[in-house]
Design a protein around this ligand. Structure first.
Ligand code: UTP
Length: 507
């Protein structure tokens, strides 16, 4: 292990010697921990990181003035749309997706290294329960969707298949996530097919370019953003693991979307049939000022442009069909070929520009007191997963229905958007719709028929509580056999066992 002298010399070169200012006071254990942490920060890299953070933060905020002139929507030939395609085309996409899944060529990759500061719980977001009748967590819903899509693909092709689940974690989320999966027996997935790996961490930096101490013996570190994926893939030889398993196509997604369709056969099939190396699922923006990134082109190159970078006038522009011109809201659901990921990790990663996030970072002051700042005081540098779109040779976007596929959990209740309450409602409303479509009827306590959902948008709770296990239905399929022509009182929780009970005996 590096000595204090070596570490101190490195820090001096990096202009960060203050990180050892409480050295004299530290007990041997704390000294060892701090040395181990500091020894991992390579001096040149640390100096550059701190310099870049302060410089990027000092740049005047605002949008590039010439952006509007360089911006274009994606051309129609790069787009697919669930709502604007005919049933036969959708069937072909889905069929191709199932085929690739059955051939064991599809993996899912979860980005779960975030700190979830807005939600504000002390454990990884995937372990969160939004208050469903079943009490399921986001991780469990995802695991069950993997099992279901494997079964559907296998049944179609008369085979058994596996969709490996890669989970990118960070220092904050790896331990508790691994423990949680063990406690829950990996939700009946084969642990050999669940691969957790850790992304890198970077020091948080003050506005004048000094790394922050969060304790006398600990540097304030933050994960390097979901675009840390590309370094993490290389650090842990994940692409080699994929190659050994024969994986060719990877569906990358965020932990917080309760409606996420893992390894969505339609999306995979669409991307594969188009010969895409990189793809993004999008939803129509709800309104011009909606704070979501827009998938579009800048100087002819596909990109996600942050909502803050687009002027209100540009955001309000209309297309000839009356919809918003910049309508493709990014929902962090991406398709990559393994070859594309290989190219990015080998050649393009250093070209990704880090983004500046200004945050409140707890720190120790000169006297050694712990301070919880009331105003943002620190810079975290993050790379974004979608910043690789620019390197794609054949980029496509696939538009899906928001109410079927997107309801992220970002904020704590009682926020009016992206909260546990809105996520729970989105899932229960979807399942109520599926049940009605399958021919179920819901009655109130007096036996009166409950109404269908107001269409759209749904603000409150659906008229009846109906939760359908992903093990029974992945996207609304196959429910008639349990529900057609039957009457239910709220709540109906259709899990695998219940489905068995409801299924009429074979004649
Ligand atoms: P968000 O940007 O919503 O960040 O992440 P967050 O950390 O979850 O939440 P806040 O901003 O602190 O409230 C979008 C997705 O990217 C992942 C998250 O886990 C989530 O799935 N992510 C984010 C990472 O995997 N690593 C990171 O460094 C940051």
């Amino acid at each position: 292990m590096a000595s204090e002298r070596q570490v101190r010399a490195g820090l001096r070169r990096a202009g960060q010697e203050h990180l050892l200012r409480f050295w004299a006071e530290l007990a041997p254990g704390a000294r060892a921990a701090l040395l181990a942490e500091l020894a991992q920060l390579e001096p040149e890299g640390l100096r550059e990181h701190c310099r870049q953070a302060a410089a990027a933060c000092a740049l005047p905020a605002g949008r590039p003035s010439d952006l509007a002139a360089r911006l274009r929507p994606l051309p129609p030939e790069r787009m697919g749309s669930v709502s604007r395609s005919d049933p036969e085309t959708r069937r072909r996409w889905e069929e191709e997706g199932f085929r690739q899944i059955a051939l064991n060529k599809v993996a899912v990759l979860l980005l779960a290294g975030g700190q979830g500061t807005r939600l504000g719980v002390a454990y990884p977001k995937g372990m969160y329960r939004v208050g469903l009748p079943s009490g399921k967590t986001l991780y469990q819903l995802q695991a069950e969707r993997i099992r279901r899509v494997e079964r559907l693909a296998g049944e179609r092709r008369g085979t058994r298949c596996t969709v490996p689940w890669y989970i990118m974690t960070s220092e904050f989320t790896l331990g508790p996530t691994a423990e949680f999966f063990k406690e829950h027996d990996f939700f009946h997935l084969d642990p050999a097919n669940v691969v957790m790996f850790e992304q890198r961490m970077l020091p948080a930096v003050t506005f004048d370019g000094k790394a922050i101490l969060e304790r006398k013996d600990k540097v304030a570190m933050a994960p390097d953003g979901n675009g840390g994926l590309y370094c993490a893939l290389a650090d842990h030889q994940i692409l080699e693991d994929m190659e050994r398993r024969g994986v060719e196509f990877v569906h990358v997604y965020c932990v917080d979307n309760i409606l996420v369709r893992l390894a969505d056969p339609a999306f995979i099939g669409f991307c594969v049939l188009r010969g895409a190396d990189c793809g993004a699922k999008v939803v129509e923006k709800a309104y011009p000022e909606e704070p979501v990134g827009v998938v579009c082109q800048v100087d002819g190159v596909p990109q996600v442009v942050e909502y803050s970078e687009i002027s209100p006038e540009t955001a309000r522009l209309r297309a000839p069909d009356g919809g918003l011109l910049y309508n493709a809201g990014n929902i962090c659901n991406h398709f990559f070929t393994r070859g594309f990921l290989q190219m990015v990790t080998r050649e393009c990663e250093p070209l990704l520009k880090p983004h500046v996030a200004v945050k409140k970072v707890p720190y120790v002051d000169e006297e050694g007191n712990l301070v919880k700042p009331l105003k943002p005081n620190g810079i975290k540098m993050e790379k974004f997963v979608f910043d690789v779109f620019q390197f794609a040779k054949n980029f496509v976007a696939f538009e899906v229905l928001r109410e079927e596929e997107f309801s992220p959990l970002k904020n704590a209740d009682p926020a009016d958007r992206d909260s546990p309450c809105t996520a729970r409602r989105a899932l229960l409303a979807q399942h109520y719709r599926w049940a009605l479509q399958a021919g179920a009827r819901f009655l109130d306590a007096h036996g009166t028929r409950l109404p269908e959902l107001p269409s759209p948008p749904l603000q409150g709770d659906p008229p009846a509580v109906c939760e359908i296990s992903p093990l029974v239905s992945y996207s609304g399929e196959g429910l008639e056999v349990y529900l057609q022509g039957q009457e239910f009182q709220s709540p109906l929780v259709l899990d695998e066992d219940q489905a068995r009970v409801l299924q009429p005996p074979e004649s």
